[in-house]
Design a protein around this ligand. Structure first.
Ligand code: FES
Length: 164
């Protein structure tokens, strides 16, 4: 693939935004822009299809596998279509001790989903993630890009109900 292929997948604005990131690094270190480039692509397309990761990798002049490695390592990247709202539930130690398992069970009982799944109505995608560095507010989760802390099942039910 060539730059033209990335331009066929993303908007002009998105490609320009990636170019801004590329320019922050030496010309022989374009690969340093891989995380923002994948982030920009995901924000525009909703998730990272293989052809999207390939096009980003080609644009940065790195092997396709290098893009796959980054996209599969970080929990903020999605390799499949997501629901309208993406919920990242922390189940690391502090959150687990404070009740994250009950929150996870609520998603199963009320929405019929477990981590990695999307509700039948396409409204909610649930992800299970490692510590989001908000342990003082455990248990917590992230809805889209906003943190919600000190949760219990009652607060969670209200939070999900109020989502547009
Ligand atoms: S353990 Fe959940 S935010 Fe740190």
């Amino acid at each position: 693939m060539s730059k033209a292929d990335l331009a066929n997948i993303l908007s002009v604005d998105a490609v320009e935004e990636i170019n801004v990131w590329i320019k922050k690094y030496p010309s022989n270190r374009k690969r340093s822009a891989i995380i923002p480039a994948l982030t920009i692509a995901q924000e525009e397309l909703g998730y990272l299809a293989t052809k999207t990761m390939d096009a980003v990798a080609d644009y940065l002049e790195i092997p396709h596998i290098a893009a796959y490695e980054v996209a599969t390592f970080y929990s903020m990247f999605a390799l499949e279509p997501q629901g309208k709202h993406v919920i990242s539930l922390c189940t690391n130690v502090s959150c687990m001790l404070a009740g994250s398992e009950e929150l996870k069970q609520w998603f199963h009982d009320e929405l019929g989903i477990t981590p990695g799944e999307t509700s039948d109505d396409g409204r909610i995608t649930l992800k299970e993630v490692e510590c989001l560095a908000a342990c003082g507010g455990a248990p917590m989760l992230e809805v889209d890009k906003q943190y919600h802390e000190n949760l219990d099942v009652t607060k969670l039910a209200h939070l999900i109900k109020e989502l547009p």
